[in-house]
Design a protein around this ligand. Structure first.
Ligand code: PLP
Length: 386
C-alpha cells in the first residue's frame, strides 16, 4: 500500500518540501503522528494555533456553529461576522473590517484600498513602499510587495507600483517617497525572513512621515497580531496606530480567516469595490470570536510576554550567533549552514521547530505554552545543538 508521502508525491502539486511526518491529532502544544509518536510543537502551524491544538472552547464553538449555519455568502448579514468585527475594532483602533480567508487576501485588500485612496485623495498616487525581505503572501501582488526575488521572479511580469527599501532604514523610506507614493507597508516584526523586529523608533518615525506626507501606513500584523508579541498587536509596543492593519494566521484558531482593518481616513471601499465568497463566514467568525475571548479570559497576551522572555533566555546557550525576537516570536541564527539538519534532528527527538533558511530557526509556539514545556523544549534543543 502506498504511504501518505507517496500519495502526496503522486497527487499533490509539489509547491513546497514537506518534512517526513504525517500528523493525525493534537492537544494543547502537543501533536501526534500516524505512528502515535508525540511531538512538542513550537511552530503551531506557522504561528496559527494560538490556543494550541483541539482547544475545547474552539472545538465547542465550531461544532455549535457548524450545527447551526456554516456559510451564507456576504449577500446577507450574519451575527458572528458583525460580533467579530466589533470585538476586533474594540481591541485595536477605531476602524471598520473587511473579512477574507488568508493573510495574502487581507494584504490584497489593503493594497486595493490604498490604490483607491490614492486615486481619491492623492492625485492618483499608487506606489507602495515596502521592504526587501518582507513577506506579505503568495498572490501576484503580495509576492511583488514582499520583495523576495525567489518568490516573485518565476512569475514575471509582476504588477507595478511597489518600491522596495531596506527594513529598519527610515532614511530609505524618506528618499523613496515621491508624488506617486500612496502608502508604506511594513511588518512590525519581519516574520518569514527569520524574526527581525523593528528597531526602536523606526515605526514611530514612519508614522510621523506618513502623517507629514499624507501617506497611509499599512501594517501587516498577519504573523505578529493577536498576542503573539506580548501585546494584542505589535504596533502597540511602539505606541502608534496604523491606518490599515491586516490580520490572519492565529485569528481563527486554525480555521482560515483574514481581516483588513481600516481607520475612517483610509476606509474608502464602497459597495461593489471588493468581496470574497467565503470571507467572514459564520463558522470562521465563531471560531475567531472564541479565540479572542479565550485569549482575554485566560490573560494570554501577558502570558505570551512572560513566556517569550523565558523562551528567549532559554535559547541563549545553543551556540547561535544571534538570538532575537519579541514575545513568543523568537529565532536563533547559526554561523554555520546547519538550520535544516537541526530542524530534522529536533523532529526526530520529538520537537517541532522551523528552519526558515540554512542558518535560522524560528519558534512561534502556541500562546498557551508553559514554563515546563519551555524547559522540555530546551532539553531537546540543547542536546541537538551539542
Ligand atoms: C506577515 C505575513 N503576511 C502575510 C502572510 C501570508 O499569509 P497567508 O499564508 O495566510 O496568505 C504571512 C504568512 O506567512 C505572513 O507571515
Amino acid at each position: 500500500m502506498a504511504t501518505t508521502s507517496e500519495l502526496a508525491d503522486r497527487y499533490l502539486m509539489q509547491t513546497g518540501r514537506r518534512l517526513p511526518v504525517t500528523f493525525v491529532r493534537g492537544r494543547g502544544c502537543v501533536v501526534y503522528d500516524d505512528a502515535g509518536r508525540e511531538y512538542l510543537d513550537l511552530v503551531a502551524g506557522i504561528a496559527v494555533n494560538l490556543l494550541g491544538h483541539a482547544h475545547p472552547d474552539v472545538v465547542a464553538a465550531v461544532s455549535k456553529q457548524a450545527g447551526e449555519l456554516i456559510h451564507t455568502s456576504n449577500l446577507y448579514f450574519t451575527q458572528p461576522q458583525v460580533e467579530l468585527a466589533q470585538r476586533l475594532v474594540e481591541l485595536s483602533f477605531p476602524s471598520r473590517v473587511f473579512f477574507c480567508n488568508s493573510g495574502a487576501e487581507a494584504n490584497e485588500a489593503a493594497i486595493k484600498l490604498a490604490r483607491k485612496w490614492g486615486a481619491k485623495n492623492r492625485d492618483g498616487a499608487f506606489e507602495i513602499i515596502t521592504t526587501t525581505g518582507s513577506f506579505h503572501g503568495r498572490t501576484l501582488a503580495t509576492v511583488t510587495a514582499g520583495g523576495q526575488h525567489k518568490y516573485s521572479d518565476p512569475f514575471k511580469p509582476l504588477p507595478g507600483g511597489f518600491v522596495h527599501v531596506r527594513y529598519n532604514d527610515f532614511d530609505a523610506i524618506e528618499s523613496a517617497t515621491t508624488q506617486r507614493t500612496v502608502a508604506v507597508m511594513l511588518e512590525p516584526v519581519m516574520g518569514e525572513i527569520g524574526i527581525i523586529p523593528a528597531a526602536p523608533g523606526y515605526l514611530q518615525r514612519v508614522r510621523e512621515w506618513c502623517d507629514e506626507k499624507n501617506l497611509l501606513l499599512i501594517l501587516d500584523e498577519v504573523q505578529t497580531g493577536l498576542g503573539r508579541t506580548g501585546r494584542w498587536f505589535a504596533h502597540q509596543h511602539a505606541g502608534i496606530t496604523p491606518d490599515v492593519m491586516t490580520l490572519a494566521k492565529g485569528l481563527g484558531g486554525g480555521i482560515p480567516i483574514g481581516a483588513c482593518l481600516a481607520n475612517p481616513r483610509a476606509d474608502v471601499f464602497e459597495p461593489g469595490d471588493h468581496g470574497s465568497t467565503f470571507g467572514g463566514n459564520p463558522l470562521a467568525c465563531a471560531a475567531a470570536s472564541t479565540v479572542l475571548h479565550v485569549i482575554e479570559r485566560d490573560a494570554l497576551v501577558g502570558h505570551a510576554a512572560e513566556m517569550g522572555e523565558l523562551l528567549h533566555s532559554s535559547i541563549q546557550d545553543l551556540g547561535a550567533k544571534e538570538v532575537r525576537g519579541l514575545g513568543l516570536m523568537q529565532a536563533f541564527e547559526f554561523e554555520e549552514a546547519k538550520a535544516k539538519p537541526f530542524q530534522q534532528s529536533c523532529l526526530e527527538a520529538g520537537l517541532i521547530v522551523n528552519a526558515v533558511d540554512d542558518h535560522t530557526v524560528r519558534l512561534v509556539p502556541p500562546l498557551i505554552l508553559t514554563a515546563t514545556e519551555i524547559e522540555r523544549a530546551h532539553g531537546v534543543l540543547a542536546k541537538v545543538a551539542r
